[in-house]
Design a protein around this ligand. Structure first.
Ligand SMILES: Nc1ncnc2c1ncn2[C@@H]1O[C@H](COP(=O)(O)OP(=O)(O)OP(=O)(O)O)[C@@H](O)[C@H]1O
Ligand SMILES: [Mg+2]
Length: 226
């Protein structure tokens, strides 16, 4: 097992809505290897974002364990989790939240500046180039389309070359060609050793993923390899 392998053991999560209890994740156990691109498919409301948030430590499971290599994450405190996220994770949220008073380029390098003084502007520019956003590096987010904001959030997730990249609907609001560019970047990143877990509705990426899963009724089943 590599140090970066992500392991989920018996993850459970429920929500209470208006006195009604909903079991979103029932008993999820799985391993996500470093150097691999994993895709989690499922209908809207099946729990994909809930699972991504639990892996990121942004939400706590009711039961079960989350491990990265030999480190257990679900019992870490908020400060340790924040440091771990800054150093080892890239997160692309389903709703791309950019800092409105920073430029596109500044938004991309922001995660790196959180734990080291200098950021690699050239790497940020080359990521923006590959996403056809190089020409908008000095723009402010309010002047971008939804798909352009998505591309900036993708570059921001990749800038630290993270051990673990969590991507929630990374190809939403972009056309097929742009979606392919994003998946190509993910493939390159996984080849350099990252573990990538992507939640998606986008059936186009099924064959691109090294492993694909289906999340339904709180359970995660392997789609391929079967
Ligand atoms: N904070 C919360 N409080 C109560 N219920 C919640 C909360 N977050 C999510 N849920 C419920 O949990 C279920 C799973 O939500 P989740 O956002 O994980 O689904 P999803 O698979 O990501 O959906 P989508 O594809 O639409 O993004 C939904 O029924 C949702 O209403
Ligand atoms: Mg979601």
């Amino acid at each position: 097992m590599s140090q970066n392998t992500l392991i989920l053991k018996h993850i459970k999560k429920h929500y209470n809505n208006e006195n009604e209890m909903r079991e979103v994740l029932c008993d999820i156990s799985s391993e996500f290897e470093s150097g691999s691109l994993h895709a989690i498919f499922g209908h809207s409301g099946s729990g994909k974002t809930t699972l991504i948030n639990i892996i990121a430590g942004l939400d706590r499971p009711d039961g079960g364990e989350v491990w990265m290599g030999d480190r257990r994450l679900d019992t870490l405190g908020p400060a340790e989790l924040a440091l771990l996220r800054a150093k080892s994770m890239g997160i692309i949220f389903q709703s791309p939240s950019l800092v409105e008073h920073l430029t596109v380029l500044e938004n991309v390098i922001l995660p790196v500046l959180m734990y080291q003084r200098k950021a690699d502007r050239n790497l940020a520019l080359s990521l923006l180039e590959r996403l056809n956003m190089r020409g908008k590096a000095d723009r402010f987010p309010s002047k971008l389309s939804e798909g352009e904001r998505r591309r900036v959030s993708v570059a921001r997730g990749l800038i630290s070359s993270p051990q673990l990249l969590l991507a929630d609907e990374p190809t939403a609001n972009v056309d097929e060609a742009t979606g392919s560019m994003i998946i190509d970047l993910f493939k390159d990143q996984s080849r350099s050793g990252s573990c990538i877990v992507m939640a998606t509705h986008d059936r186009n990426v099924l064959e691109d993923a090294d492993r694909a899963f289906w999340l339904e009724s709180g359970r995660l089943d392997s789609l391929h390899p079967a």
